[in-house]
Design a binder for this molecule. Structure first.
Ligand SMILES: Cc1cc2nc3c(=O)[nH]c(=O)nc-3n(C[C@H](O)[C@H](O)[C@H](O)COP(=O)(O)OP(=O)(O)OC[C@H]3O[C@@H](n4cnc5c(N)ncnc54)[C@H](O)[C@@H]3O)c2cc1C
Length: 1015
């Protein structure tokens, strides 16, 4: 793809002229609005532009306000959010806030009114009647309208149905009202006096179904079409135009695919009139637009394209950084402007088929489009400008005065669903680099405001220089790693088609090669003459994944001998070399990611994204522990004292056994193995029976990476015999175990007995289960809390030690939250994890299935089954080990289902009075593994951080999915020994510290430094 537009002096001159003309007209008719200097609200906005910390707190307060039930709550939140910030800005405000507790109603009323007034600046009304009034008012000013119904997140079919009905109702009422309006707006007339659809509706597809899974576009599109078809049919009947808004990047490809696919259906090939937004801030923007135009030409389908820069810049940037994915948006503002200009020309060049709509408040972007249209001979009635309600009113007027068509985007709806929209608008208006702020706050000169963005880029020498075409610059990738740096392996972005195809292909090739035999590996020898045990697919138990060799007690003893024999040489191997070998294993896993994913999907029954995250974690464990070992290997000075060199060094413990579970079959086995191994120990891996084929694949990787014979031994077998034998073995020095509480406690006890001939006290690293609680506060953001709750409880069918099993809901929000939660739960796709859209797959085996079903039956005697999924016929009738996800309400904290770990898709809901009771209930358990809180009260968050006794606390997010280094994982009480996998200090569990003191004073002379690294 080529670079941004080359400079054209004639066009530039014309842009200046047009821009100056527009500015002059805008000055002549100033409109009241967000930047008007009058009123308390304007002052608050001004503060927020001056002080970013205040802005954050203010917008957070605005966000939570609609959910606050009383004046006291409003005042409490106001104080919590703005109390400290207010001091610096205005001491009087601080005093006012302090006094407000005594008369909350006196403060809360005006505050609410002010926020409502703020929202009203951007929201045209609540009802269709308000909308009709607005359409009329716009028409009088010559402005056409597009309607946006507020409400973005739907979590259930009922909410999506409601949104559909609202859209249909608006199409009906507004078309009826317009029929009675004789005069269209001047902007409702296109080229050659042709009337344009007066009713124009903008739709966000995410509100059309709760069932959108970017990894599964086929089924998502099918679900979306169910509600889109009635809208398009009705639009056709009433002659309305439908525009698809463009939302976040993860939905972009899906939205484009949906748009094309539905318009290829016979019923919609010609009608209704339809358009879609394209975001110029995306690096993909040009490619997408070219493909869209080519598609429209092939179909001979006129469409509209609304060109926007894009409303989610911060979100996309933060999210991509957090996940280490390529950042999809340009990183400099002028790059978005320059791309907008380039795409403007592309649209105008194709205006015979594509109706261009330039949605911008930026005078330069507007003037550029007009100048290019003049150059290309495209007359003004062929294209239009669009602007948001409540913004850039002077620009709208100036454009109408100069004969341009203008359409206003009018959001209507209730305040509560409108808050996300309001906060986006506030951010847009106060953004440092935004045109509106720079113009209205006088932060840039006219010349700067009208400057060519390509020049601005060249001057800033940013994104790329002039010598390098901007569009050709790749998405920024992470900077190169220094040897001591660690970065998490990014998970696969299955919203992109290329990795999806690779995963499908890997599933096909792995499935075709199943059924092989996987021998024991002891001291580098493969032992293949043992009994073979079949490992099967939990979703389709007749499918054999492979056969693993069943180790005997003699094999276990041989493995101990091999591990002990390999220990001296491995201990003597330089830590750096050990780390390099383990790093190589990580690279091999990364190279085989899709194949390993496939094996895990088939053998453990994990859905795609869960399997993929497990592979990432395994890679992370290797790289993180390798980095840690390199650091630990440097002798640490214990005290810097003249004449004596005092250092501490580490030495490995010896040989040990690793007993791993099936639920994170690669990551936990790999992590518990590579930590001791990179530290210089030797290990016997005893994987879970259910996932022994994957363990064998891991063993192959270790061998290929160069782990010497005997350093890691693979002993597939049964826990009761070889596992128990190894735990008690006097010649093993440590046990690393993750699994159930009953087995963990037995191991702890057995390992505590020191037998004759035992060289060391046996170290046990023990991670067990949890009965994890999530508290939902009265002011929680329910749109966020509902999906997080469901995923935490039911992701991988609840078979994670971190899974949520006790949902503790404060009474004010309980009924509303639970009603929405139950409706949302019904949308979770249950099925074969080999299908990309599956969220809930089977449980691991028939034993687990029977146990969980039994516990559900027991639960029915203790609480109310509020919801239980009906298994879809495809799995319900099969022999797969499926358990219907179940939610119990009216659960007493002391009930067995609220106390015992279930390890399946079962959620109990406990209602509590207040946060005191919530914390007490959450802490009243034998376990302390994960826990969380959804709240928008800073004080509540602080308090739970101090008082909720868990190893991993998650605030305002789901409570599963720990990431190496970022969330060191592990709990205490009966959840484990307090160790933190993937965190600092973990390796020390497998090492003994040694202190060395050397007298370096020789006849009164001492070296200037002891020659060791000082940390
Ligand atoms: C009628 C209408 C409909 C809209 N529909 C949609 C829609 O469907 N989807 C959607 O996403 N948005 C939509 N928007 C919102 C639109 O994206 C923002 O209003 C618009 O980006 C503001 O651009 P501007 O040209 O008015 O302002 P400007 O101030 O010139 O541009 C601001 C924009 O620049 C971009 N930007 C900011 N900082 C940076 C940076 N550091 N690097 C790179 N780029 C940066 C962002 O996109 C930001 O919004 C719509 C806007 C209008 C007016």
């Amino acid at each position: 793809m080529s670079s941004f537009l080359p400079p054209d002096p004639a066009v530039e001159r014309r842009i200046r002229e047009l821009g100056e003309n527009l500015f002059a007209r805008m000055d002549a008719s100033p409109a009241p609005g967000i930047f008007s200097k009058k009123g308390a609200y304007a002052r608050v906005m001004e503060w927020s532009m001056r002080d970013p910390a205040f802005k954050t707190q203010l917008f957070r307060f605005v966000d939570v306000l609609p959910s606050l039930p009383s004046s006291a709550e409003i005042v409490r939140h106001l104080q919590e959010y703005l109390g400290d910030q207010a001091v610096e800005l205005n001491p009087a405000m601080k005093a006012g806030l302090a006094a407000s507790s005594f008369a909350p109603a006196l403060i809360a009323g005006p505050v609410k009114r002010n926020v409502v007034a703020m929202a009203q600046q951007f929201v045209a009304g609540e009802t269709p009647d308000d909308l009709v009034q607005q359409l009329r008012a716009n028409a009088r000013r010559g402005i056409a309208t597009t309607i946006d119904l507020l409400g973005e997140t739907v979590v259930s079919e009922a909410e999506a149905d409601h949104f559909l009905q609202r859209n249909l109702a608006v199409l009906d009422t507004v078309s009826a009202a317009l029929a009675r309006e004789p005069a269209p707006a001047s902007s409702d007339t296109g080229a050659g006096g042709v009337p344009l659809p007066r009713l124009n509706l903008s739709v966000k597809i995410s509100a059309l179904t709760p069932d959108v899974h970017p990894a599964d576009p086929e089924n998502s599109i099918a679900a979306l079409k169910k509600r889109l078809r009635p809208i398009l049919r009705r639009a056709h009947e009433v002659g309305a135009f439908i525009n698809f808004d463009m939302e976040s990047y993860k939905l972009k490809d899906l939205t484009l695919a949906l748009f094309k696919s539905i318009l290829e259906e016979e019923a919609f090939r010609a009608q209704p009139a339809i358009g879609i937004a394209i975001q110029a801030y995306l690096r993909d923007g040009e490619r997408d637009l070219r493909e869209l135009i080519a598609w429209a030409r092939k179909q001979q389908r006129p469409i509209g394209v609304r060109l926007v820069k894009g409303a989610y810049w911060d979100y996309e940037t933060v999210l991509a950084r957090q996940r280490d994915w390529p950042i999809p948006v340009w990183s400099q503002k002028p790059a978005s402007d320059a791309n907008f200009e380039k795409l403007s020309v592309l649209l105008l060049e194709n205006a015979d088929l594509i109706a261009p709509a330039f949605a911008t408040h930026n005078v330069r972007s507007v003037a550029h489009a007009i100048a290019q249209a003049e150059r290309l001979g495209v007359e003004p009635r062929v294209y239009e400008f669009q602007a948001l309600y409540g913004m850039a009113d002077e620009l709208k007027t100036a454009l109408i005065q100069t004969g341009q068509r203008v359409r206003e985007y009018c959001a209507i709806g209730e305040l509560l669903p409108g808050m996300a929209y309001l906060v986006r608008r506030l951010l847009e208006n106060t953004s440092n680099e935004g045109f509106l702020r720079q113009k209205n706050m006088g932060e840039a000169t006219r010349e700067q405001l009208l400057a060519n963005p390509v020049d601005s880029l060249a001057q800033s020498k940013g994104e790329s220089g002039k010598s390098k075409p901007l569009s050709d610059s790749p998405a920024p990738s992470a900077p190169p790693l220094s040897p001591s740096a660690f970065r998490n392996a990014p998970n696969t972005d299955f919203s992109q088609s290329a990795p999806r195809e690779r995963q499908r292909a890997a599933l096909a090739s792995v499935s075709a090669a199943l059924g092989r035999r996987h021998p024991l590996v002891i001291g580098g020898k493969r032992i293949a003459d043992r009994a073979w045990i079949a490992s099967t697919n939990p979703a389709r138990p007749t499918q054999i994944i492979g056969h693993w060799a069943r180790a005997t007690i003699t094999d276990a003893d041989a493995a101990v001998a091999a591990a002990r024999a390999a220990f001296p040489a491995w201990r003597a191997t330089a830590a750096d070399e050990r780390a390099t070998i383990i790093g190589r294993a990580a690279d091999l896993m990364a190279a085989r990611r899709f194949e390993l994913n496939a094996l895990e999907i088939l053998e453990a029954g994990k859905p795609w994204i869960e399997a993929d995250a497990d592979i990432s974690e395994a890679i992370d464990f290797c790289r993180y522990y390798a980095r840690e070992m390199r650091q630990l290997d440097r002798p640490r000075v214990t005290q810097a004292v003249p004449g004596e060199r005092c250092v501490q060094r580490w030495t490995p413990r010896g040989a040990g056994v690793v007993i791993a579970p099936w639920n994170f079959p690669l990551a936990i086995l790999c992590g518990m193995t590579v930590a001791p191994v990179v530290a210089g120990n030797t290990v016997i891996m005893k994987p879970a029976e259910q996932t022994s084929v994957l363990a064998s694949a891991l063993m192959d990787i270790f061998v290929e990476a160069g782990v010497p014979a005997g350093v890691i031994n693979l002993l597939t077998g049964f826990g009761e015999d070889v596992g128990a034998h190894l735990v008690a073995h006097p010649q093993l020095d440590f046990v690393a175990f993750t699994g159930s509480r009953s087995v963990g406690l037995k191991i702890w006890e057995t390992a505590g007995r020191t037998l004759p001939g035992q060289a060391n006290l046996k170290k046990v690293v023990c991670e067990m289960g949890g009965k994890n609680a999530l508290i939902i506060d009265n002011d929680a953001d329910l749109d966020e809390a509902i999906p997080a709750t469901l995923y935490s409880a039911f992701g991988f069918s609840g078979q994670k030690c971190s899974a949520l099993s006790r949902l503790i809901v404060l009474e004010h929000v309980h009924d509303e939250f639970v009603a929405r939660l139950l409706a949302a739960a019904a949308t979770l796709p249950i099925g074969d994890p080999a299908l990309p859209g599956t969220v809930i797959g089977p449980v691991i085996d028939a034993v687990a299935q029977a146990k969980i079903l039994g516990l559900i039956e027991q639960g029915k005697r203790e609480a109310k089954v509020a919801w239980q999924a009906t298994l879809p016929p495809a799995v319900g009738a099969g022999s797969g080990h499926f358990v219907p996800p179940t939610i119990f309400t009216q659960v007493k904290p002391e009930a067995a289902i609220a106390r015992e770990e279930i390890f399946g898709p079962v959620l109990t809901v406990i209602k509590v009075r207040d946060l005191d009771e919530a914390i007490a209930v959450a802490n009243a358990t034998d376990y302390a593994l994960t826990g969380g809180l959804f709240s928008r009260s800073p004080r509540a968050l602080e308090r739970v951080e101090r008082e909720l006794m868990v190893g991993n606390l998650y605030l305002n997010r789901g409570i599963t999915g720990a990431i190496v280094e970022r969330h060191p994982f592990g709990g205490f009480k009966l959840s484990g020994g307090g160790t933190k996998a993937g965190g600092r200090g973990y390796l020390e569990n497998f090492l003994f510290p040694r202190a060395i003191a050397e007298n370096v004073l020789r006849r009164g002379f001492t070296p200037p430094e002891a020659g060791v690294a000082v940390e």
